[in-house]
Design a protein around this ligand. Sequence first.
Ligand code: UD1
Ligand code: UDP
Length: 358
Amino acid sequence: MKILTVIGARPQFIKAAALSRVLRRDNEEILVHTGQHYDANMSDIFFDELEIPRPDHNLGISGGSHGSMTGRMIIALEEILLAEKPDALLLFGDTNSTISGAIAASKLHVPIIHVEAGVRLGTLENPEEVNRVVTDRLSALHFCCTESSVEFLKKEGLSSTAHLVGDPMYDAFLFYRSRAPKISDIRLTSLDGGTVCVPEKYNYITCHRQENTQSPDALFEILSAVNSLSVPAVYPVHPRNRAMALSLCEQHGFENIIFCNPVGYLESIALVSSACQVVTDSGGVQREAFFAGVQCVTVLDFVCWPETMVDGRNQLVRPDKADILEKLRAPMTVDESYKPFGDGHSCEKICEIIAQTF
Ligand code: UD1
Ligand code: UDP
């Protein structure tokens, strides 16, 4: 088959790294990078470290409002679909690159394969939820990471095309963790350009969601909580809120937090795995903390990955210092036999089902 894959954002590069390797054994893959993420440490570093094939097309589309970005991507992806004439379009997750691909392909009757389908927060106020719901509605095949995603799709009448395969992020985590650097070998680049080592004991924090970065209040609460903990925190700052983080740092010091540039995936999974605790609003990082058995709190109003919310392993917190500190004091136990994200071979299963379906 000729499959056209659209990626554009950091977590999609990681999922594509796991899937492309398997997909290309029996299929021709045309890789399209929309350009949504474009800084070297948000894009190139993943292609280099994870040996992702170079994109066949890079649309160079980024920034602007949701509507502007999505509109420009639909126009460009339609042209590529018309020129490449793929048998199917493959999409990951819930970004603006995802929904753009779904709209462009559905109007051209190109069947859509959605990987990481069926995730639901239950609110259309979350911009990614809109992308998920529309993409799932337009897709011909839905690959779900967990049982809860299959259940959501059933409720929406999509059970006949939903397949529980496990999580490609878990495949990636297991595949790449042997290549992850030792913590003592990691050199962070601080936001002022200096080089910093990772302390022996540290917490890992990531925070970039629109919900937490629209005004400085939420980020201030999160940083205040993390700054007051007994070990320092490593915080790779997403470009979305770099200016806000720098300004809060200047105003409040936050000397117990190392503000640094985004790191590569191998560094990130090393940092998650050896952290004392994780504070995040990332869908990927909260799962990686779970994979590594590290306690996590997730700063969101809605549950994203219910399977992780057991035994004190991951809890929702409000962007509120007291709430974050209280939840971080909760006891945690890890049941090693509980593996809700599959067996690390979701990508093989996805490729088998694609071959049987088309
Ligand atoms: C997007 C996804 C989100 C995902 C995140 C992963 C949508 C709606 N959201 O959010 O689901 O969790 O990616 O990281 O698609 N920017 C740079 N350099 C870059 C990338 C972005 O400066 O390399 C700037 C952009 O110009 C923009 C801002 O960061 O102003 C936000 O980027 P955008 O791609 O719109 O959304 P994310 O917050 O990255
Ligand atoms: N990540 C990374 N470098 C960083 C921060 C995160 O490689 O500086 C990785 C992280 O380990 C996870 C993925 O990026 O694999 C998550 O992406 P992100 O948080 O941007 O998006 P989300 O998962 O929330 O959609």
